[in-house]
Structures are given as structure tokens and as C-alpha cells.
Design a protein around this ligand. Structure first.
Ligand code: XBP
Ligand code: MG
Length: 239
């Protein structure tokens, strides 16, 4: 007996936080300007660049597309990403990044139900920690794994495997909540069921394999027949 879900594992960018368009993108553009580079990523171009996970990898891929050779692109990307990360850390700590509507309500409901909360993100710990602390408090999540401490980024399942290991849970007892196909693939690759909350950048992506897809958290909270609610109810008697 007992509920199926012992933990819910949340993605950050695009899921818990509306952080890409007016957060990361702004920080990347400010880093370009600070280094005298002519590049500015508009909203649409940044949406296309999100296909590459990880800010430093995203920068390197973009710079190669602008004609830099791979070693030069990698070196400049590392320099720009250090600058961008400090800017994003300031935005996050300064309250410039908002939670997605309904995120706080869902987290509070899960915590009240005794569900363990965790985070699995590609983002860099230097801004992830101040963002989570600012938006949700410093002790809400039992485990936070970021792109800073895993060998391979989403869609590789490494981050979800690391979260499960730190929680001491099998994949069957944890539900993932993501916003993107890369995140869905990472969760599925680690054996977790995954609910997707889409956003303006990801709504047209292929979410084959998702347990459910919603346009916002309110729909997920309201869906009493969905995988999240079903896994929070005590299992019925063995048939
Ligand atoms: C989304 C990402 C991150 C951010 C940029 O992460 O791919 O790389 O776009 O952050 P999530 P960094 O798994 O939370 O959706 O520059 O720190 O990588
Ligand atoms: Mg995301």
C-alpha cells in the first residue's frame, strides 16, 4: 500500500522559473557587449539556440557557427560563460527572475503531503542556488543537482541518476517535471516517468513518452486523473 510517489524532481529553467527569455538571454547579451562582441540574441534566435543544453556549450556552438574554429570557440565560450554566470547570479539573487505561475502552489502542496522535493538542472550552481533560495526558500529541496557536478548534460540522464542516488530511491518512486524535450529525454533515460509543463519556447516540441503534458502548473494541479495526483493517492488493494 502507500502512495507511489516518494519524491518529485523538478527541472529549473523553463519549469520552476521563467528564466530563459528575460534572464539567461539578457545575461548572455550583456556578456557579449562587455567583451566588445557584436552579437545580440533576440528572443526567436535564443529559442533556436536552446536546442543545445548548457550555456557554455551553447556559446561554443554559436561561435563556431560564426566562423570561430573549435579551440578558439571553446576558449572564448568559457570566458563569456564565466561573465554571463556572474550576471545571471546577480539577476537571480536580485529578484529579477520570476517563478512560473503555480510553481509555488504545487511545491507547497507536495511538501504538505510529505513528498520529498528535488531539483535536476543543467544550469550552473553559482546561479541555481541563489535563484532557488530567492524564489522558494533555502531548505525546500532535499537534493539539488546542477550541471556543475555531472559529467554529461541533458538529454543525458546523468543528472536524474545522480538525484536518485542521493535520494536513495528507485526511479519508479520518483516523478520528474520538465519543460523541454531534452529534459523529458533525460528523465526517461533514467527510468523516471515525466510530466511536461510547456512554455513559449517548448510548446511545439515532441513530448512522446511523457506521462502528461500541460500548458501550465494550474492544469497539472487541477488534473485529479493525471499521473501526479494518481501517484499521491494510496494504491488500491492488490488486484
Ligand atoms: C536549461 C539549460 C541551461 C540554461 C543556461 O537548464 O540548458 O544551460 O539555458 O544556464 P534546465 P547555464 O535543465 O534547468 O532546463 O548557462 O548555467 O548552463
Ligand atoms: Mg528546462
Amino acid at each position: 500500500m502507500g502512495e507511489r510517489w516518494k519524491a518529485v524532481v523538478f527541472d529549473v529553467d523553463g519549469t520552476l522559473a521563467d528564466s530563459e527569455r528575460d534572464g539567461h538571454r539578457v545575461a548572455f547579451n550583456a556578456a557579449f557587449a562587455a567583451h566588445g562582441l557584436p552579437y545580440r540574441w533576440d528572443v526567436a534566435e535564443y529559442g533556436r539556440l536552446l536546442a543545445v543544453t548548457g550555456g557554455r556549450r551553447r556559446l561554443a556552438a554559436f561561435l563556431e557557427s560564426q566562423g570561430y574554429d573549435a579551440p578558439a570557440a571553446a576558449c572564448l565560450a568559457a570566458l563569456l560563460h564565466r561573465d554571463k554566470t556572474e550576471r545571471m547570479r546577480a539577476l537571480a539573487g536580485g529578484g529579477e527572475i520570476c517563478p512560473r505561475p503555480g510553481a509555488r502552489e504545487l511545491l507547497a502542496e507536495l511538501a504538505a503531503a510529505g513528498i520529498t522535493l528535488a531539483v535536476a538542472t543543467t544550469g550552473t550552481r553559482a546561479w541555481v542556488e541563489p535563484l532557488l533560495s530567492r524564489l522558494f526558500g533555502s531548505d525546500l529541496f532535499a537534493v539539488v543537482v546542477t550541471g556543475s557536478e555531472i559529467p554529461a548534460l541533458k538529454p543525458d540522464p546523468a543528472v536524474y541518476r545522480e538525484v536518485l542516488g542521493r535520494l536513495g530511491l528507485p526511479a519508479a518512486r520518483a516523478l520528474a517535471i520538465e519543460d523541454s524535450r531534452n529534459g523529458l529525454r533525460a528523465a526517461l533515460g533514467a527510468g523516471l516517468e515525466c510530466v511536461v509543463i510547456t512554455n513559449e519556447y517548448t510548446r511545439d516540441q515532441d513530448f512522446s513518452g511523457a506521462a502528461a503534458v500541460y500548458p501550465e502548473f494550474a492544469s497539472c494541479l487541477a488534473d485529479q486523473d493525471g499521473p501526479l495526483a494518481a501517484g499521491l493517492r494510496p494504491a488500491g488493494p492488490a488486484s
